[in-house]
Design a binder for this molecule. Sequence first.
Ligand code: PRT
Ligand code: ZN
Length: 284
Amino acid sequence: MITLAIQKKGRLAEKSLELLEHCGIRLKNGSRDKLKAASVNFPLDLLFLRDDDIPRCVEDGIADIGIVGDNVVLETRASVERVLPLGFGKCRLSVAVPKQVPYADIRSLEGKRIATSYSNILQDYLDKTGVRADIHPISGSVEIAPGINMADAIFDIVSTGSTLISNGLKEVETILESEAAIYRHRGLGPEKLAVIDKLCFRIQSVNTAKDYKYILLNVPNEKLDEICRILPGMKSPTIMPLGDAGWSSVHSVIKEDTFWEIIEQLKAAGAQGLLVTDIEKMIL
Ligand code: PRT
Ligand code: ZN
């Protein structure tokens, strides 16, 4: 049995629950409103916490693993082990200054006042680069600090960049790229590690499947060789004869990022009746 801490409410909460659901892990009915929930078909208990509390809980062993942003783990300086990045909650931690202020490089921050809720990450970076600046810790609405003369610059989470733009700021320095990841307690025994392996195997199957599409197409037999050369499937494609003499059905798996290019080539080579479907799970 393992205990997994996830965010109770916020940007990572729904995605974390969705991921468990896609892994076939079902929770006891109505357990979402409580602090804890048990799974009915996997040796897992869930703890719902504020994301800032998750790294410490995992470090202390109150939870065996947690789903939390890299940014939060680094800021809390918790001693936990990163097991698996999850591909959601992606963002970056950047320095921004008012757009009319000239900025050359990190030394432009020398002697300046920087507002942030990520003092530790910023301090570590300033120490590493030898820049002395005055860090002003603030717990929210960081982006308004320069506008009210509270700071010369800010250091905060950026995703699309629209919050910065609407506050007259420009992003000048990216210090950390972050995403949600599974972190684990350092001192776990073999039984718990085995359950975590099982969970991570399921997560990887779900996440790998997201990068691929399953395609089916009808091909005149004389074009089969050419079509098969276009298809970079996992192994060789499956080919089955169709009811119509001289035609075959070809099944394969292609990567999402090359998808349109390959579809165009297949059409040009004479493929017809193309069907494309999502893949739910994929084990390589
Ligand atoms: O209540 P609790 O403490 O659990 O939640 P929280 O309010 O501290 O965190 P929450 O739910 O806002 O975010 C949880 C995690 O999501 C963060 O720690 C990051 O790892 C990740 N994440 C991903 C983000 C964003 N993207 C994001 N865009 N967290 C915050 N933002 C905010 C950012 O602070 C800024 O105000 O969105 C704004 C910027 O967005 P853009 O798109 O305008 O650039
Ligand atoms: Zn938080």
